[in-house]
Design a protein around this ligand. Structure first.
Ligand code: FEO
Length: 407
């Protein structure tokens, strides 16, 4: 566990988790941090994470002792969000300090009962409510529903201008004691930006319209520090992560970056021949691109690339009169995450009859994805020279469309 001073009277406790799938789904090759914050006025509040999954609660309690904030001196627990990565240790805390006062939204109160059977000493906040910690330190609460669950809120410290933003403005990636934007190198910040967009695509993307509303609400606050529940804290340039999140939210509706994502799957190498041609063409262009084999790369990694891409190329065969199922599954998930309004085309092989194309149309329709497709290049068995020519024409046209949309 890392314990650091964020600013006067505010301390961050971070623990990194890895070797799991986040939410039981998402691969996190570089881990993810869970951040808690101790805020001291004349009274003391604990905000966010509670550092679960670090082994035993005693680790957390020892950390509080180390900060000279023994648990029995904590007056308030602020639950910005009830998902257990932010609330998992409430039961342990309650065992030691049963009279601690909890502040949360009405829905969090409901979930506290559902998750932990806890119903006492809960103060339900409304938008803009305040909690005076004394010493000139006032916490203000703002509801941010569906960033990420409907119960979410953020907490703003008026004294320091610190926004405790919970899942909003978070990123994947383990953090160390230098997990602050002013202490990291440019190279580190590039790393965390990649971790942030993948985190957004995995966790927040479905709720991009709600994210825009939360951004508008946060824009009314004089924010000097952004302190999320996951990832690094932004003290030097908090506007950077706020602007990044505005971009990520906008990517849902497209266009996104000047980038193409090639997703492919192949049974016996026929479709893969077309994929190899596309890879050559992309490599010879100046277009940024990513490539994922849907049979090898996880959904979380694929979604991170897709979210950035304005153009998408799908390459998959027909399988048992339907689409290659691994592609169908990831496309369905992309629909749920609201990857909308992309420019795209599809290639693929079939044996005796097609079927992939029909299922692709159904997925697009069902999820209202509204992708603009160039003509498909579908071939019986292996692609012919004529098919390779059509593939080349399509790749060039897609690049031109992405250029046009992102200029
Ligand atoms: Fe970080 Fe929605 O939990």
């Amino acid at each position: 566990m890392s314990i650091t001073k964020t600013t006067d009277g505010i301390y961050k406790l971070s623990t990194n988790i890895e070797d799991i799938l986040f939410e039981g789904i998402w691969e996190i090759p570089n881990g993810v941090s869970l951040n808690s914050y101790v805020v001291k006025g004349q009274k003391t509040a604990l905000i966010d994470g509670f550092c679960g999954w670090d082994g035993v609660p005693e680790t957390f309690f020892a950390a509080l002792d180390q900060m000279e904030v023994p648990l029995n001196t904590v007056d308030y627990i602020i639950i910005n969000h009830m998902e257990p990565d932010h609330s998992g240790w409430i039961e342990d805390i309650k065992k030691i300090k049963d009279d601690v006062q909890i502040f949360c939204t009405a829905m969090s109160k409901n979930l506290l009962d559902s998750f932990y059977g806890h119903t006492k000493n809960i103060n339900v906040i409304k938008d803009g409510d305040r909690l005076d910690l004394g010493g000139g330190r006032i916490l203000q609460f703002y509801t941010t529903p569906n960033v990420h669950w409907p119960d979410c809120m953020v907490t703003f410290d008026t004294k320091s201008g610190t926004l405790f933003s919970c899942d909003a403005f978070g990123s994947y990636g383990n953090v160390k004691d230098d997990g602050y934007d002013d202490l990291l190198t440019e190279e580190d910040l590039v790393f965390y930006e990649k971790e942030a967009v993948r985190y957004y695509a995995n966790i927040v993307a479905t709720f991009s319209s709600f994210t825009k509303k939360a951004l508008a609400k946060c824009a009314t606050l004089p924010i000097k520090i952004v302190a999320p529940g996951h990832g690094i804290v932004w003290r030097k340039n908090p506007q950077k992560i706020i602007d990044d999140y505005a971009r990520y939210a906008a990517y849902s509706q497209g266009p996104a970056k000047r980038e193409i994502c090639l997703l492919w799957g192949s049974m016996y190498g026929m479709t893969e021949r077309g994929v190899n041609k596309i890879k050559e063409l992309l490599q010879d262009s100046d277009m940024d691109y990513t490539v994922h084999n849907v049979a090898e790369d996880s959904w979380g990694i694929i979604l991170g690339s897709v979210w950035n891409a304005t153009g998408i190329i799908l390459a998959m065969p027909t399988y048992e009169n339907k689409m290659f199922p691994l592609m169908a599954a990831v496309l369905e998930e992309m629909g749920k995450k609201k990857v909308l309004n992309r420019v795209a085309f599809r290639i693929g092989s079939f044996g005796w009859a097609g079927g992939a194309e029909k299922e692709l149309a159904a997925i697009m329709e069902r999820n209202k994805m509204n992708w603009n497709f160039l003509p498909k290049v579908e071939f019986k068995g292996a692609p012919t020279e004529a098919d390779f020519t059509k593939i080349e024409e399509n790749v060039k046209e897609l690049i031109a469309k992405v250029d046009e949309l992102t200029k």
